[in-house]
Design a protein around this ligand. Structure first.
Ligand SMILES: Cc1cc2nc3c(=O)[nH]c(=O)nc-3n(C[C@H](O)[C@H](O)[C@H](O)COP(=O)(O)O)c2cc1C
Length: 398
């Protein structure tokens, strides 16, 4: 009976038991939300979302197939649609177009990236096993390739597509024809209004606390304003939600569910370097930083020496994806040498709440149990919710 208090319109829309969505987490070295994590969350009653940002269409296909082998529950795929990236070009082709970052541009001046690599004590990449070796065949950066990712999602009729950093308008009609629900991931009220006009089914608004690309606005402030702006389209709250208290708070702000990334970094299934998982267990709420140095767009990471040194050197940041491509020589050596403080680790401010690694299903179960405990502590609110339920309301007022 009490569990039904957490049943929101999101659960009906997505055919899930709990209004908990695993955020699609991609990464510079590949997906963080891979098939195992996605299936674990979907099997536990939430919605798992594959992090397919910048993955080759072939790799997206492989991840969808693997996920289907692990769960028969609904799941989603997250991709990025930045409008301001090159139309075409492979990593090698785009690398050839990088502008010089040498401060004076003098030909005999050591390349700024090479200088920084040495200052940071990152060994020269030996080729093959480092970052470039990991991504060479699997990473795409151009609009042409990102469009092909969407074609794969449509071909496989994945139940949910989460589109971030851009506008999925051109694909909405075809997705709906194929029964695919679209989540638009936004960082502002303006962005939410725009994507609702484009026809998305659900808005995810992710606040400043978020790991990865985030908003300048805190979740507590962002959510109610987005809810007011796009009602009756359901809004899902992201950024800083790590337990049942956060889930109830999000519902209280008018959200229909939560979009959680960082809390799942503390799970066995997350594809996240072991040394970063260890760092997360030791982190406090103040151990992350925000910067454009890794992708060219503002995002939150565990504190990182490369980011700090880049800012200290006063180097400019290039637009996406050129910024990422420019730092490949540093990442290459850092991955090889397993340098936890140089390899970028997107993470949000809730890392301070993660004290042990656990299975992803337990994260979902504990979030649900914790939320019900909070609701139990609010007797009059709980009664109101029960009454509204008995009256046949599908809402979650309490
Ligand atoms: C490791 C990591 C990778 C992420 N990668 C992506 C991504 O590829 N696409 C995306 O839409 N959001 C990405 N995000 C942001 C999440 O989708 C989500 O907005 C955020 O994790 C929510 O806040 P939280 O980290 O406080 O839970 C990433 C977040 C993390 C922590």
């Amino acid at each position: 009976m009490t569990k039904s208090l957490l049943r929101t319109e999101l659960c009906d829309m997505l055919d899930i038991k709990y209004p908990i969505i695993l955020a699609g987490m991609g990464g510079m070295g590949g997906p963080v939300s891979g098939p195992q994590l996605v299936a674990a969350v979907s099997n536990a009653g939430g919605l798992g979302v594959l992090g397919c940002a910048f993955l080759s269409p072939h790799k997206v296909e492989e991840m969808i197939r693997k996920t289907r082998q692990l769960t028969d529950r609904p799941f989603g795929v997250d991709t990025l649609l930045p409008p301001d990236i090159p139309l075409t070009g492979s990593t090698t082709e785009l690398k050839a177009e990088l502008p010089s970052l040498a401060p004076s541009g003098a030909a005999d001046e050591p390349d700024a990236i090479e200088k920084l690599r040495k200052e940071l004590g990152v060994p020269a990449p030996s080729g093959g096993k480092g970052y470039l070796g990991r991504i060479a065949d699997d990473t795409v950066w151009s609009q042409e390739d990102l469009e092909k990712q969407v074609e794969v999602i449509m071909e496989y009729r994945v139940p949910v597509w989460a589109a971030a950093l851009g506008d999925p308008a051109p694909y909405v009609k075809e997705c709906h024809t194929r029964g695919i629900k679209i989540i638009g991931v936004v960082a502002s009220v303006r962005g939410a209004r725009r994507l609702v006009l484009s026809g998305v089914d659900i808005i995810v608004a992710s606040g400043a606390e978020s790991g990865g690309h985030n908003s300048r606005i805190g979740t507590m402030v962002l959510i109610p304003q987005v809810v007011d702006a796009v009602s009756p389209v359901p809004v899902v709250a992201g950024g800083g939600i790590g337990d049942g208290r956060g889930l109830v708070a999000a519902l209280a702000l008018g959200a229909a569910g939560v979009w959680c990334g960082s809390v799942f970094l503390g799970t066995f299934e997350a594809i996240y370097e072991d040394y970063h998982k260890q760092k997360i267990l030791e982190s406090t709420e103040d151990d992350t930083m925000v910067s454009k140095v890794i992708t060219g767009k503002q995002a939150r990471y565990l504190k990182n020496r490369l980011i700090a040194a880049w800012h200290e050197a006063g180097l400019p940041t290039l637009p996406m994806p050129m910024q990422s491509i420019s730092i490949i020589p540093i990442l290459d050596g850092a991955y090889e040498a397993k340098m936890a403080d140089i390899v970028p680790a997107p993470a949000g401010q809730i890392v301070g709440m993660i004290k042990e690694l656990k299975p992803a299903a337990r994260v979902v179960e504990e979030m649900v149990a914790g939320a019900l405990k909070v609701l139990d502590k609010l007797p009059s609110a709980g009664t109101a919710a029960r009454r509204s339920k008995q009256a046949g309301s599908r809402g979650h007022r309490f």
